[in-house]
Design a protein around this ligand. Structure first.
Ligand SMILES: [Mg+2]
Length: 230
């Protein structure tokens, strides 16, 4: 396994953008607003209630509307991000500093199902906008709407990496969903699972774990030192 990647692809939802208290307040509002864009026969206050009642996560909440009103899941998802207030995203000076140092020799990009415009907005909020490679903001449009757990996503990512001259072992992926890391195993060499409660589930062989983005960077730095002694 390569532990000194040339490119690190970061997930946003639940990884760089932590799902904090403010997120759980703002996200159901965005789900309700997205569903209302499709002229569903529901009053706004009832739509918000439905979104909140089903909010284990954004997907479950969106799916409640998709099922009830026979909507197109991917379209609702795309709308959701247009309505999502980025106020829940907080910048961490330690992370900004760590990423700034990291990007002296390692490129950083994003791999998300969200629209690219949301990714750029989120990076700005995180204070990371200027440290990320703009060619490596892979989102809804680049993935042609594919979910990260679909084979189609892996095909798109392979193509994009090839176009940018990255080989499999050059790239690390950080995601809070194990299934995403497993799906993208064939085109990405290093997999880091952001586990909010480390130790609860043992990761499969070959998958590294960290509890926070800052820990991911320390993990890669320590691995590089172990490998090269520098
Ligand atoms: Mg995620």
């Amino acid at each position: 396994m390569a532990t000194n990647p040339k490119l690190i692809l970061w997930d946003l939802d639940g990884t760089l953008c932590q799902h904090n208290e403010a997120f759980f307040r703002l996200a159901p509002k965005a789900v309700a607003a997205a569903a209302l864009d499709f002229d569903i026969p529901m009053k706004p206050e009832n739509a918000l209630q439905l979104a909140q009642d089903n909010f284990k996560g954004q997907r479950e909440s969106i799916m409640a509307f998709v099922k009830q009103f026979n909507l197109e899941e991917k379209e609702v998802f795309s709308r959701y991000y247009q309505h999502l207030d980025p106020d829940f995203i907080a910048s961490s000076p330690e992370l900004v500093m760590a990423i700034r140092n990291l990007t002296i020799h390692t490129s950083c990009g994003v791999l998300t199902q969200a629209p690219e415009s949301w990714a750029i907005k989120a990076l700005e909020r995180l204070g990371l906008g200027s440290y990320f490679n703009k060619n490596m903001i892979i989102g809804h449009t680049c993935l042609n709407g594919a979910r990260k757990t679909e084979k189609e996503c892996s095909d798109h990512v392979s193509r994009i990496l090839q176009e940018q001259h990255y080989s499999r072992q050059d790239v690390a992926l950080v995601d809070d969903k194990l299934k995403v890391l497993m799906t993208l195993g064939s085109c990405i060499g290093t997999h880091i699972w952001l586990q909010s409660q480390p130790g609860q589930i043992l990761p499969p062989d070959g998958i590294l774990t960290a509890a926070t983005p800052l820990e991911v960077i320390r993990l890669l730095e320590n691995a590089a030192i172990a490998e090269h002694g520098t």
